[in-house]
Design a protein around this ligand. Sequence first.
Ligand code: F6R
Length: 250
Amino acid sequence: MRIYMEADYAAMSKRAANIIAAEVIKKPDCVLGLATGSTPIATYKGLIEKCKNGELSFKEVKSVNLDEYKGLAGTHDQSYRYFMQENLFNHIDIDVANTNVPNGLAEDAEAECENYDALVASLGYADLQLLGLGNNGHIGFNEPDAHFTKATHVVDLTQSTIDANARFFASADDVPRQALTMGVGCIMAARRVLLIASGEAKADALYKMICGPITPDCPASILQLHPDVVVVGDTASLSKVVEAGVKVCE
Ligand code: F6R
């Protein structure tokens, strides 16, 4: 695991955008695994800028997103499909037909999950999987549990996740209670994982992920078993990791 510590959110985002850009330059038809949430917004802005100034093209890139709220249409302004359109896809030259987000409105959610796994497998899995980190250690919507779930599945969101995401909705009552999420199988099958984190609220989860035992109680801890993980955090999110004496690159 390589850990980069940047001064703040802006610097963290710049490094993350550079790492993703390098992947796209190296392999123009790469498969990018993408995340939503507040953390990647400036990373996506960096990619948009590089695309607009001609440094980067996404024409041949394919993408697979981690998750979607169950019950929200892609046109709902809090759906993850909508987020991706607004924060990335509408502003770059990617072919929208090559972008994939689980369908939150699928009548048969279990079948949608199975199909999503088959789709990601048919694309050969992600060359680079971008991840944010939940305050409770979740990746995608793999919530703390008694076991790791390998396949894409429907998950009951924990109260901590509902509370954390309530800021995007009119009230906590409006936050969907379930989501469709890639399991740890697809995430671990990615050739490289790039996890980004910012702010003090992530310090505990990042510490447990990097320094704690590998346990489904902190789903991100499974990344300790992945051969190519790059973590980009800011000083606040990495404070406990640094305190524990883990070596970071600056
Ligand atoms: C989003 C996702 C989640 C978020 C995590 C952090 O697609 O899969 O795991 O990455 O909840 O969210 P933010 O970035 O809002 O703190």
